[in-house]
Design a binder for this molecule. Structure first.
Ligand code: MN
Length: 211
């Protein structure tokens, strides 16, 4: 049985960005529902007792949608923080070489997240094959880990992520998201992605969902 992960901060800690009511719905209801659906779907299936990483990368249909959404949300909560932090020199260098500057990255990331049509996710990933950073848009539950790409940062652009606080104004939500990025977490994700590749994703997931 999978359980909803704990949040690394209080639900009232980012009130100007995400209100306690947003956490009540987005974390307490949406994320919890993916957990409940996943537990119901694996019961009696070949995936019962398997690691979440294996379920995501080997399943399809409802099992894929719910398992991937559990991970996508787990990762999203770690990408934001009420406390400011700085990207590591390694991350700054990687961003500068791919996007020209931090401002260049911000512009491209927010543009990709704004123009993603419908529900989905906008990611910064490390691609082991090219050793480069890439911005990736995914629709619905899709996640870059099924393509062997290693997530470093993600923003949820399903309407449920921003509608309570920002109504239809996705760009206003994205500006505030960018100001709350947990750069220390993103930097650490890059460090482990370079060392361990996809193994770092499995390690992250198993840290949250112990068997
Ligand atoms: Mn969501």
């Amino acid at each position: 049985m999978f359980e909803l992960r704990k949040l690394p901060y209080g639900t009232d800690s980012m009130a100007g960005f995400l209100s306690p009511q947003t956490f009540e719905y987005h974390y307490g209801k949406h994320h919890q529902t993916y957990i409940n659906n996943l537990n119901n779907l694996i019961k009696g299936s070949e995936f019962e007792g398997k690691e979440l990483y294996d379920i995501i990368t080997k399943s399809s249909g409802g099992l894929f949608n719910n398992s991937a959404q559990v991970y996508n949300h787990d990762f999203y909560w770690d990408c934001i923080s009420p406390s400011p932090s700085e990207p590591s020199n390694e991350l700054k260098d990687a961003i500068n070489s791919e996007f020209g500057s931090m401002d260049g990255f911000k512009e491209k990331f927010i543009n990709a997240a704004t123009t993603l049509f419908g529900s989905g996710w906008c990611w910064l990933v490390f691609v082991p094959a090219t050793k480069k950073l890439e911005i990736v848009q995914t629709s619905n539950a899709a996640t870059p880990i099924t393509d062997g790409k290693i997530p470093l940062l993600v923003v949820d652009v399903w309407e449920h992520a921003y509608y309570i606080d920002n109504k239809n104004a996705r760009p206003a939500y994205l500006e505030k998201f960018f100001a709350h990025i947990h750069w220390a977490f993103v930097s650490s994700a890059l460090e482990w992605a370079k060392k361990e590749g996809a193994g770092s994703v499995r390690f992250y997931i198993n840290g949250l969902h112990k068997k």
